[in-house]
Design a protein around this ligand. Structure first.
Ligand SMILES: Nc1ncnc2c1ncn2[C@@H]1O[C@H](COP(=O)(O)OP(=O)(O)OP(=O)(O)O)[C@@H](O)[C@H]1O
Ligand SMILES: [Mg+2]
Length: 322
């Protein structure tokens, strides 16, 4: 074992539903004290994997350990350490926010007064004080999601599963949830977060596993995943549309890269392969000089890191034939 404690360790994890291999041989290693992102499209197997790790489903093959404890043989020990905020969460719509938290607090073993003070503390921390006495069915989506997360950390868990905590939320509510996740981690809880949003994983997670069809197709830090598909992307905007063909040729040759199709007749996008970011900047400035030398006027130019969206498309396109 290394020096770093593992919150989650899975080897060859499998779960099938009839013909569907929802989780198909997943190996994960999640360091304690971090946010770990599990990224994948609809049906990738994210919820199934989380439910196995939270002891709600039995795996059909492989092994999973939470802080060294087997999720099947030591399910009780694991249950005491984890908490799950589901994609479809479990607060009672007819109760108020504070009633829900007090009730759930009693269920996880707090005495009446402790349950009430923990509820008040969380409602304050999550900006729900004003909504505390309102029925949950009258909450907005963002308020509801914050309450769901509050409900899952009534007892500070060692490991918190957040299954798509921001799906369907507006940007402001997403930001609030992100702040909550950061606060939870700062408190020492390890967070496994599933998401379909690459920017979300990018912002929050120290490492990311990209899963598709039940398999991990890539794993690493957000930066490493991005640079795995190229050093960057050059965007150029021309003044004259008729120069686009010539500009594409020059850029393609100078950057040893392909020019991506673009609907805008003035715009050109080129993905630079391999190498470091610094190398990319040097190549890009040389390419610009060559455009100028050919008398092509550039109105706008930018060099960006590839987005995780591009990474995801590149990764899933590779696997598309299988
Ligand atoms: N109880 C079940 N019975 C049968 N099939 C299931 C069951 N649960 C999940 N599946 C199937 O397993 C696969 C993975 O589903 P899962 O819910 O884990 O995906 P997901 O990554 O969470 O997707 P989403 O982003 O839509 O939540 C899908 O093909 C799904 O239809
Ligand atoms: Mg799901």
């Amino acid at each position: 074992m290394g020096t770093m404690e593992r919150a989650i360790e899975t080897v060859g994890l499998v779960k099938t539903f009839g013909e569907t291999r929802a989780v198909d041989g997943v190996d994960l290693s999640v360091p304690a004290g971090t946010v770990y992102g599990v990224l994948g499209p609809n049906g990738a197997g994210k919820t199934t994997a989380v439910r196995i790790l939270a002891t709600l489903l039995r795996p059909d093959g492989g092994e999973a350990r939470i802080f060294g404890h087997d999720v099947v043989r030591e399910a009780d020990v694991v249950r005491a350490k984890v908490s799950l905020t589901g994609q479809y969460a479990s607060v009672d719509e007819d109760l108020t926010g504070v009633e829900n938290l007090v009730l759930l607090g009693r269920l996880v073993g707090h005495r009446k007064r402790a349950a009430r003070s923990r509820a008040d503390e969380l409602l304050t921390a999550f900006g729900l004080t004003e909504a505390a006495d309102r029925q949950v069915k009258k909450y907005s989506g963002g308020m509801r999601r914050r309450l769901d997360i509050a409900a899952s950390i009534l007892n500070t868990p060692e490991l918190l599963f957040l299954d798509e905590p921001t799906t369907g939320l507006d940007p402001r509510s997403r930001n609030q949830v992100w702040d909550i996740v950061r606060a939870v981690v700062a408190y020492g809880t390890t967070v496994l977060l599933t998401t379909q949003y690459l920017d979300e994983a990018d912002r929050l997670a120290g490492r990311i596993a990209v899963i598709d069809h039940g398999k991990v197709i890539a794993e690493g830090t957000p930066g490493a995943l991005k640079s795995s598909i190229g050093a960057g992307t050059v965007h150029v905007r021309l003044r004259e549309a008729h120069q686009r063909g010539e500009a594409a040729e020059i850029l393609g040759a100078a950057l040893a890269a392909t020019v991506l199709p673009d609907a805008d007749p003035l715009a050109l996008t080129v993905r630079i392969g391999g190498g470091s970011e610094r190398g990319a900047a040097e190549h890009a400035s040389r390419a610009l000089a060559e455009l100028a030398a050919a008398g092509i006027v550039v109105d706008d130019f930018s060099l960006g890191q590839p987005s995780l969206d591009e990474v995801f498309l590149a990764l899933t396109a590779k696997g598309a034939g299988s």
